[in-house]
Design a protein around this ligand. Structure first.
Ligand code: HEM
Length: 153
């Protein structure tokens, strides 16, 4: 099996888990938790999802860098360049930094203090990570077209 095919399959599989899981959380679990003021619903989902969600994100980063290296090569100048593909990879790295910042803040500061009456703070984190997950997907799909239509060269 060609290595590129394997990498792409793993990247897409990781994307399914990461984006799908967050969409279920944002669209189904979060509205119910806010309506019923039940922090336990979020905690229960996080506990079950964490074991598959975190490895999926790690897989995305590892396979993502390998795929980007295949397209951009090893020179820092190409990674920092202005081609459509370089711009998309740069955007993905910004999304990654924002995702990690939001996830760490949620894990270390918000979840330990999560109560039925302060759920909206957690809700804002969930919406933020979910919007970023969708942006990752939109950006990723445009790479096959050389960055067009996201960043027309
Ligand atoms: C949760 C995070 C991520 C998600 C959901 C995601 C999602 C996707 C999707 C759906 C594709 C399209 C695959 C296709 O063309 O069939 C893709 C492609 C790609 N992604 Fe990601 N991605 C993520 C993180 C990253 C990271 C961190 C990088 C590294 C900078 C990266 C680099 C790439 C590259 C280079 C491609 C193009 C692969 C190719 O067509 O050869 N991705 N991504």
């Amino acid at each position: 099996m060609p290595a590129y095919y394997l990498l792409l399959c793993l990247h897409i599989l990781g994307a399914c888990v990461w984006v799908g899981g967050h969409l279920v959380l944002a669209v189904r679990i979060l509205p119910r938790a806010l309506r019923e003021k039940k922090a336990a619903l979020i905690r229960e989902f996080e506990r079950a999802y964490e074991r598959i969600g975190m490895p999926a994100l790690v897989l995305q980063v590892l396979t993502g860098f390998a795929l980007a290296h295949r397209i951009l090569g090893g020179s820092p100048a190409t990674w920092l360049g202005e081609t459509g593909a370089a711009r998309v990879v740069q955007a993905k790295l910004v999304f990654l930094a924002l995702t990690v910042a939001l996830a760490l803040h949620a894990k270390l500061r918000v979840i330990p203090r999560l109560r039925d009456d302060n759920l909206p703070v957690m809700g804002a984190h969930i919406i933020g990570v979910t919007v970023l997950a969708v942006l990752f997907t939109v950006a990723g799909a445009s790479l096959r077209l050389g960055g067009y239509p996201l960043f027309a060269p």
